[in-house]
Design a protein around this ligand. Structure first.
Ligand SMILES: NC(=O)c1ccc[n+]([C@@H]2O[C@H](COP(=O)([O-])OP(=O)(O)OC[C@H]3O[C@@H](n4cnc5c(N)ncnc54)[C@H](O)[C@@H]3O)[C@@H](O)[C@H]2O)c1
Length: 414
């Protein structure tokens, strides 16, 4: 019942299916059963309407025997060694296995390396004496979501689906055909797994490219945003990607390394993936270098300076803090002796994030507050910010998002 599973469950409920939303987190189960949401961009109303249509959340995995379709949308993070951590996927499979019965379809949606469905899920199902393709139908169908983008709903985003056998694919298409307008069948689960990775690697590599271009442009005193806007007028062969303070979110900083890891097993070094990772991971430190430079230009030291970070969610107009580069920016600034606070209309209290600690609440952006800081570091360009007011009252704005076009004495691009 996370960012992927909850909206999908609500969509199945919307078209009339009684849905059980399984989660090991009792707090989520309780909130959802009370007809409320815990995700910013999903309304409580949509959960309470689904509740009246038979949607319920549960931590009781024995109820998996009651359902015809099981869709797995659990996290696939990286381990401390930056290797795939399949423990959630495998844990889910272990919980479900005793309750499987003939006639069910199982679909994995978690992003993972090619081969996971066949190598990890299929044997665990078959060890229960159930034949995949005859008793149980097994698919991989990756989720595609753009948090905060209201132009697309689950229903209207074409969905890739691959099956272990032709029968598995047929059943998978029948399942998703109930809720998705356009299905894209592919020849195997491995192709489906690789398709999702290509989509995310394409983004990671192109963001790495524009981040490198930003550093070059900065040295040459050229505005990278103006350059990209210019290039984007080309009606073919160019797709704009925008630089920033580093990669964020649950997918783009992580998923490419699932493939890099698997490619190594085949003796291939995924150079583009590693290089893009290197460039993107270096961005927060580069931004902090620009802050130090901008302060030095005003005869100020970073140590002892007061800083307000604007926007700490990983992208604009969402509350999602996962892998947000703003957290690393804040830690780097603190390490240099700055006193750091933040303002984010979507994140009223700094959340608990493993390995990171800030006991902070969002600062209100009044003219007096804006003027009180030595510099404001614009990390995430939420639409809710009043950028004119910020520029009017700030002593210095360090802009990592290209919001302030053109030169202004109190704005520095980073
Ligand atoms: N968030 C996105 O925009 C997005 C988009 C495409 C793909 N994905 C992929 O989808 C997968 C899920 O991502 P997410 O953003 O929904 O993660 P999430 O952390 O929001 O949700 C995962 C949920 O699974 C639950 N969970 C963990 N172990 C479980 C278990 N054994 N049984 C039942 N529930 C369990 C967690 O409590 C959590 O509620 C990941 O592989 C991710 O890469 C995410």
């Amino acid at each position: 019942m996370g960012y992927v599973g909850l909206p999908l469950a609500l969509r199945f409920a919307e078209v009339g299916y009684p849905v059980i939303g399984f989660d090991i987190d009792p707090a989520k189960v309780e909130v959802l059963n009370a007809g409320r949401t815990y995700i910013g961009h999903i309304s409580s109303e949509s959960v309470s309407v689904a509740r009246t249509r038979g949607f319920q959340a549960s931590s009781d995995f024995s109820r998996a025997a009651d359902v015809d379709g099981l869709i797995i949308c659990v996290p696939t993070p990286l381990s401390a060694q930056r290797e795939p951590d399949l423990s959630f996927v495998l844990g889910t499979m272990e919980s479900l296995a005793p309750h499987l019965r003939p006639g069910q379809v199982i679909s994995l949606e978690s992003t993972t390396y090619p081969g996971t469905t066949e190598e990890e899920l299929k044997p665990r199902i078959e060890s229960r004496g159930l034949a995949v393709g005859r008793d149980i139908f097994l698919c991989f169908s990756p989720e595609r979501e753009d948090p905060g983008n209201s132009r697309y709903a689950i229903k209207s985003i074409p969905k890739i689906c691959g099956g272990t056998t032709a029968a598995c694919l047929e059943v998978g298409l029948a399942l998703y055909g109930q809720v998705i307008d356009t299905l894209v069948p592919v020849s195997s689960t491995r192709v489906a797994e690789m398709t999702k990775l290509l989509e995310n690697i394409h983004r990671a590599v192109n963001v790495g490219l524009v981040n490198e271009m930003k550093i070059i442009c900065d040295r040459m005193d050229i505005d990278i945003h103006e350059v990209i806007r210019g290039a984007a007028t080309k009606p073919f062969g160019f797709v704009p990607y925008w630089p920033g303070p580093g990669l964020g979110g649950h997918c783009i900083p992580i998923d490419p390394f699932y493939l890099a890891w698997k490619a190594r097993k085949y003796g291939v070094h995924a150079r583009f993936i590693e290089l893009a990772g290197e460039v993107n991971r270096a961005m927060p430190a580069w931004v902090v270098g620009k802050v130090v430079e901008a302060l030095a230009g005003r005869s100020k030291a970073i140590s002892g300076s007061r800083c307000l970070v604007l926007g700490i969610a990983y992208k604009k107009n969402v509350a999602d803090m996962r892998e947000s580069p703003a957290v690393e920016l804040m830690e780097l600034l603190v390490a240099q002796g700055a006193k750091v606070e933040y303002s984010d209309p979507h994140v009223p209290v700094f959340p608990r994030i493993r390995g990171h600690h800030f006991d902070l609440r969002s600062v209100e952006l009044t003219p007096a507050n804006i003027a009180a800081y030595d510099f404001l570091l614009l990390a995430t360009n939420h639409d809710a910010f009043d950028y004119d007011e910020i520029q009017r009252h700030a002593r210095l704005v360090v802009d990592t998002r290209g919001v302030y076009a053109g030169s202004s004495p109190n704005v520095v691009s980073a």
